[in-house]
Design a protein around this ligand. Sequence first.
Ligand SMILES: C[S@@+](CC[C@H](N)C(=O)[O-])C[C@H]1O[C@@H](n2cnc3c(N)ncnc32)[C@H](O)[C@@H]1O
Ligand code: SF4
Length: 352
Amino acid sequence: MTLPTKCNYGHVFGRLSTNGNYEICCGSTPPSGNYHTDGKFIEYWKSAKLKNLLYDLKHDLSNMNETWADGNCDYCPHFYINEKISDGDIKIPKSPWIYNIDVINICDHRCNFCWNWSHEMISDNAQFDGWNDWIKERIDFKIFTDTIDGLVELGDCEEIQIGGGGEPLLHQDIQEMIKYVKDNNLSCKLITNFCQISEDSLDEMINIGLDYILVNVSAGTQENYCKTRRVKPNTWYKVINNINYIIKNRREKSPKIIMKNIINSENIHEVGEMIDLGVELGVDVVALRFFHEFGVYNSDKKIVTSKQHKKFNKTLNLKIEEYGYKKYYDDDNQFIYNYKSLNTNTLLRGDV
Ligand SMILES: C[S@@+](CC[C@H](N)C(=O)[O-])C[C@H]1O[C@@H](n2cnc3c(N)ncnc32)[C@H](O)[C@@H]1O
Ligand code: SF4
């Protein structure tokens, strides 16, 4: 267990869910408030109820990890930010530093590693309790803007992540949401499968000044992409073409493209192809992250075996050599390793 002893719970990351629930850390924690009962974000953030909860959690981290966060602090991706705050390199923010807004729960893909839409879960009819109602939820634009307004007023939020339990591009107000974030001078990251979007909307994203698009690719070939997420063959070309379009038409390298790969037993053999693809497309980052089994249906089947892991390490090392990657320290990011190379502009990052 690598409990983040220096946790600044609540001040690093926060989340608003589609039903208006406020969470003060990653999704495995119970809601600590709700827009409809506790008011707009700023009222909730200033409430005595939240202050007391944050105090209790900070003063008994071990208990908090075991009982409140279901042990998920062990995998905390905000470790580096926490450390910087604790070391005094960043002052304790007046509001969450990074804020994630889940805007929609419906999805057009069925990624087998996904908590909510795994095709095995659906074909076995093993959805979690309340799933049928949950998938209908989407955030109201007013709740979205109220939350941004609160974060702006508090002053220290750096980045808004627009994601979801499903696919944010399926929300009717997605462009207006991105625009609202950018009009308020916050950095904006869209987390997406990046398939359902027209060229006009891609142009709009570039014009609005969207900063990052995290594209969940999680495959190195068309065949495995379509098989592991049960989508039609042309879906692969949609995502590849959209990435290409952004890279060719963006200005001053914005938005940056992070090609995210959630590594599991069904795609680990394609790590070489994933890196090659990212370099070929010219994405800014190829990110490799081992899948988080908690809450995933049939997760045992998706955990990588030690044999697969060994082969993965071997391929990774070969690619590191092939592209001339060298390890470097980037104090801004959450990944355990970072590589850059003089031969390619694509960074390689991971946690394995
Ligand atoms: C739930 S998806 C929603 C947004 C969008 N549909 C997408 O796929 O990016 C948000 C992110 O969760 C990540 N994800 C999904 N299942 C995961 C798992 N079991 N472990 C770790 N990350 C996962 C993927 O990286 C994905 O980008
Ligand atoms: S695209 Fe995103 S939300 Fe949809 S199934 Fe895949 S990981 Fe889950």
